[in-house]
Design a protein around this ligand. Structure first.
Ligand SMILES: C[S@@+](CC[C@H](N)C(=O)[O-])C[C@H]1O[C@@H](n2cnc3c(N)ncnc32)[C@H](O)[C@@H]1O
Length: 307
């Protein structure tokens, strides 16, 4: 093996070890566990604030290709495959090839699919999904749902998606597309900090240790420490949108913001009481939207089709 292949394998093993661990924080501390924030994203995609994960893109598929079903699909970095399971359950997809490097997540995923009676419609793989896609046009649908930004070379992964699609096949992405290794811009840091400084004390308790207060001033995360923890985290995320625009000039791309709901509200969300803090959350989502219109976008969704 060459030095660079050795390094890639070592980084993949380190990322797999990270993703094998149980989640270190309460699920509600993260935006994706909040139906209202998922509905905000879906509203930006399809115009309707649908609370279910992925529902905005599914609605758009139905509008563009009424009645369309996908016989064979692939998803890389699928975690436990719970999102793909919903696409199988709805009948949109007949069969999924699922690629994931964390054995623990695959074990969990197998249980979920067994329980749903759908295990005969998935094939799990632990080897490199991008290299597998480069083998040729075998799929009607390639989906990336927060797995693309974990690929070491996202431009290669987008190109491989094109290779993997049969004529007329669909590319679907819903992913983090912000700065590599979360190296936020001064403007992002300033807005996230300004929001934190205005939050009531009760929302600033650290959910991992209630005796501690969450930081109110943001700085860029230490790049080296991030890479040591999980080298796959946002390694080349900035290259995703340029690669999509290059390979799919007619792609529909929706910019989904995130400076507030992903950064400023990270961990804070665990303290939010929907009944008490609903109006605050609405105002902050409005701020997120305004910032998205100014170019502060950490997330994006995309639908595209090969000729
Ligand atoms: C943010 S999680 C997303 C999981 C899932 N798609 C979801 O949205 O729930 C990223 C996943 O990518 C996986 N991953 C990281 N590098 C990978 C690689 N080279 N090949 C396949 N999966 C990878 C991780 O193990 C992790 O499960």
């Amino acid at each position: 093996m060459s030095e660079s292949t050795d390094r890639a394998a070592a980084e993949r093993n380190r990322a797999a070890a990270y993703w094998d661990r149980p989640a270190p924080v309460a699920k509600l501390a993260r935006w994706w566990a909040w139906p209202r924030i998922v509905a905000h994203q879906n509203g930006l995609i399809c115009g309707e604030p649908l609370p279910a994960w992925g529902a905005g893109l599914v609605r758009e598929i139905g509008r563009r290709w009424p009645g369309r079903r996908f016989r064979r699909a692939v998803s890389v970095g699928c975690g436990n495959g719970a999102k793909e399971l919903e696409l199988l359950r709805s009948g949109l997809v007949q069969h999924f090839d699922l690629y994931e490097i964390s054995e623990a997540r695959i074990r969990h995923g197998r249980k979920l699919h067994d329980r749903a009676g759908l295990s005969d419609r998935v094939t799990w793989h632990t080897h490199d999904g991008v290299a597998a896609m480069e083998l040729g046009a075998r799929y009607d649908l390639v989906t990336w749902d927060n797995g693309l930004h974990h690929m070491p070379d996202t431009a290669r992964a987008v190109a491989a998606s094109v290779t993997a699609l049969r004529p007329g096949g669909v590319f679907l992405m819903n992913d983090y597309v912000g700065p590599n290794h979360f190296q936020w811009s001064p403007r992002t840091l300033a807005y996230a900090t300004a929001v934190r400084h205005r939050l009531p004390e009760i929302l600033l308790r650290d959910p991992a240790d209630p005796a501690r207060r969450l930081p109110v001033t943001f700085t860029r995360p230490d790049r080296g420490a991030m890479i040591a923890l999980d080298p796959s985290e946002a390694a080349t995320s900035e290259a995703i949108l340029p690669a999509i625009r290059q390979h799919f000039p007619d792609a529909s791309i929706w910019m989904l913001g995130g400076a507030i709901y992903h950064l400023a509200l990270n961990d804070v969300l665990a303290n939010l009481d929907p009944a008490r803090d609903g109006p605050l959350l609405e105002s902050l989502l409005l701020l997120d939207l305004a910032l998205a219109e100014l170019g502060e976008n950490q997330y994006a969704a995309c639908l595209a089709c090969v000729p």
